[in-house]
Design a protein. Structure first.
Length: 308
């Protein structure tokens, strides 16, 4: 057996508006505290069980991540890890931990339950360097979207494939989400693609890269059915440095970039982001999935009544 403990402290000074909820300040708390149980003969029984508060981080963090801003996000629960030749398979059932800004106040969020299976195959010398297959389930008692707030039961089926061929690198991710929201049915999707090409023989060794992603938005907020993709527990910065300004819900994203090695100790990266709503009938959401504002058209009389 193995016992692991880790503390974290995140402090904020001088930000206009003060610390942002959950991500900027946690004076002192338990980041991880878990017990690992393994059989003595790992070659014959390649299984480990982890119980307690722990970090979950898979793929590039677009669905499951420690968040990795000023304050990390842990989970409370149990995870089983199985290693079979080129495969690693994780099965887990957890609750996300709610971050509070004080001392030792973080606790599991009993309004959410998260579980899943994530399988990763790694093979360094093949065309497909890494393949991820996963099933993720999320139950939220108070899920908020443009159409309103209701209980959400969402199931995500997806894959990630990373290929390389010489100086060319490719990455694809596809996700299908099924379930229910309130009394309505849920059907949502996302597809992301990335292509990069290295020119090692050219001066400054430029790298050309193009990333793109499309995620579904709700078609009719007056209907109980929902088509808005939800990113579960994503990384805070996988759309660059834009935190709480653009999310992967109801989005079309294009991200071209150019990288150059100007000298041994100096590199330059130039990039640009273009973002649109996939459905103008749906609202605007933050990177973490928080509902920001409605996309519905409202006339001046309705606005005046709300002000009154």
């Amino acid at each position: 057996m193995r016992l692991f403990a880790e503390l974290q402290s995140g402090l904020e000074f001088g930000r206009n508006g003060g610390p942002r909820p959950a991500i900027d300040e946690d004076k002192l708390d338990v980041s991880q505290l878990f017990l690992d149980l393994k059989p003595l003969d790992q070659e014959r029984v390649p299984i480990a069980v982890r119980i307690g508060r722990q970090a979950l981080n898979y793929g590039d963090g677009s669905l499951v991540s420690v968040r990795d801003l000023n304050v990390r996000r842990p989970f409370d629960g149990i995870k089983m890890i199985v290693r079979l030749q080129e495969w690693r398979i994780d099965a887990f059932a957890v609750k996300p931990v709610v971050t509070t800004p004080g001392f030792f106040g973080d606790a599991p969020d009993h309004a959410q339950t998260f579980w899943g299976i994530w399988a990763t195959k790694t093979k360094g010398q093949s065309f497909v360097r890494q393949l991820d297959l996963y099933y993720l389930g999320l139950d939220r008692k108070n899920a908020q979207f443009d159409q309103g707030t209701a209980r959400e039961r969402r199931r995500t089926l997806g894959f990630r494939a990373h290929e390389t061929a010489g100086n060319l690198a490719l990455l694809q991710e596809g996700d299908l989400q099924l379930g229910t929201v309130g009394s309505g049915r849920l059907l949502a999707w996302k597809f992301a693609d990335e292509v990069s090409y290295r020119l090692p023989q050219v001066r400054y060794h430029p790298i050309l890269e193009l990333q793109g992603a499309v995620s579904s938005g709700d078609e009719n907020p007056q209907n109980t059915d929902l088509q808005t993709f939800y990113p579960l527990f994503p990384s805070g910065l996988y759309y660059g440095d834009m935190v709480f300004t653009s999310g992967s819900l109801n989005a079309i994203v294009a991200h071209p970039s150019l990288g150059m090695q100007l000298s041994k100790n100096l590199s330059l990266n130039v990039d640009s982001f273009f973002l649109w709503r996939q459905k103008t009938t749906d609202g605007l959401y933050s990177q973490s999935g928080m509902f920001l504002r409605t996309g519905r058209h409202r006339n001046r009389a309705t606005l005046a009544q709300r002000r009154m």
